[in-house]
Design a protein around this ligand. Sequence first.
Ligand SMILES: O=C(O)c1ccc[n+]([C@@H]2O[C@H](COP(=O)([O-])O)[C@@H](O)[C@H]2O)c1
Ligand SMILES: Cc1cc2nc[nH]c2cc1C
Length: 345
Amino acid sequence: MPEFNIKALNSELRSALQAKIDQKTKPLGALGRLEDLALQIGLIQQSLTLTLVNPTVLVFAADHGLADAGVSAYPQSVTAQMVVNFLNGGAAINVFTSQHGLELFIVDAGVNADLPSHPQLISAKIAKSTRNCLTEPAMTPMQMLQAINTGANLVQQQHNRACNCIGFGEMGIGNTSSAALIMHKLTGIGLEQCAGLGTGLNQQQFNHKLSVLQQVSAQHLVNTPLDALSHVGGFEIAMMVGAFLRAAECRMVTIVDGFIASAALLVASRIKPEVLDYCIFSHVSDEQGHALLLREFNANALLQLNMRLGEGSGIAVCYPLIQSAVNFLTQMASFSDAGVAEKLT
Ligand SMILES: O=C(O)c1ccc[n+]([C@@H]2O[C@H](COP(=O)([O-])O)[C@@H](O)[C@H]2O)c1
Ligand SMILES: Cc1cc2nc[nH]c2cc1C
């Protein structure tokens, strides 16, 4: 496992940031959670002058052997088909990233198909799909480490081209099952609360998914977060673990998407709890386990839109709020600039 040198946010600038926020021409506290965001971003960037440079979404795509067990409403082939859709600009994440000026790259972490080369596609396939964890570990420890390293290196490349704000999306038929299993193994919360309807199972199909997940869980004794990741994870999830850790190490503003991304963050945070200091939680997904998982992080997501898409869509949709937080701190007049009288004491 690579070493990640992640510093917890230190509070040195907290009072100066708070003073700057309070001097803006508004009643004290009137920008609510935008003020909390500005403070967090200031502590991440160790500056009173916030910037968002080359904001980027990386979408990690991979297939899951467990999809063979009938745990999703869609066939495995949809993973590759959606990657092609991303490359053609036709998916929700394309629309929302271009709407808000975010860069978008798709990472082939382990899609079960040969994909065309494309300027937005990063080929980093570990294998064509994980193994079916109903019968064997999803990946070898070597594959897991390769995936973690790849995720970290891809974020490093973004950091090297001055990107200081990043989010991770995913695409992988069957990956709500992997995410639920990871959550269950690491938190002890019952599978019936971790699993959900994913891409849209009916009640009977959900019962089947739950019984498959119970069988999987009984097969794998795991003692560490990395054990859970290799036994029941996915290549896209493992890459996101490395990505979250490196983003925090590089002091990047890191935006968290939905249930699957949060399961990756759970693994990362069990390795380095300080990673959470760098995270902004974009939304609460409609996937059943997500609200409970957010509670594990003590997180209060910015949006509740009943979305359950993945792809990084929550990141793109909440990005303008983060921009507003940065912009009010950098562009609003202070009481003295504007000659506005301050609060009566
Ligand atoms: O991000 C979420 O919270 C989320 C919730 C439900 C489904 N998804 C997406 O749906 C796919 C996984 O669903 P499933 O049913 O195949 O496990 C995968 O491509 C995810 O991006 C994503
Ligand atoms: C069509 C489709 C699009 C998706 N995007 C993320 N997960 C997805 C799952 C499906 C099925």
